[in-house]
Design a protein around this ligand. Structure first.
Ligand SMILES: [Zn+2]
Length: 138
């Protein structure tokens, strides 16, 4: 007993207190382990969120790329159609056939990168793509 420091640590001689203290230590270790697990779970969740964000960014970029390619096709079809109307003295309600445009006003039939189908439409209207969201921007 003489080797014990004076003060609150003297209660270690009391078996009940010693037991309680041991239980506290185990509890602390458990809490620490739980804390580590929580941290790992949080890290995993953060990783998943980052992967999801990166994935959606890549998807958006790919979608934008295919959209702009389709947009430029539509622009090309529109320009070809307008030129065709000018050259042939056509009105706004006339609709050129692909054969009227291909070879003369466009090199080859434009292909939508998403597999949409193009409609030339009458001269007054813009050409359209059947793929959802693909339309001629201003
Ligand atoms: Zn398209």
């Amino acid at each position: 007993m003489s080797h014990e420091k004076p003060g609150r640590h003297n209660y270690r001689t009391d078996p009940l207190t010693a037991l309680t203290e041991a239980a506290d230590r185990i509890g602390f270790q458990l809490a620490e382990t739980t804390g580590t697990l929580t941290l790992m779970l949080r890290a995993c969740a953060a990783g998943l969120v980052l992967v999801a964000i990166a994935g959606s960014l890549l998807l958006t970029r790919e979608r934008n790329r295919s959209y702009s390619s389709c947009d430029s096709n539509l622009r090309q079809i529109d320009a070809a159609k307008q030129q065709w109307a000018l050259d042939r003295g056509k009105g706004t309600n006339d609709i050129p056939a692909w054969n009227d445009l291909i070879g003369t006003y466009v090199k080859e039939p434009p292909k939508c990168p998403q597999g949409g189908t193009y409609r030339i439409n009458r001269v007054y209207d813009r050409p359209t793509c059947s793929y959802p969201g693909h339309e001629l921007s201003k």
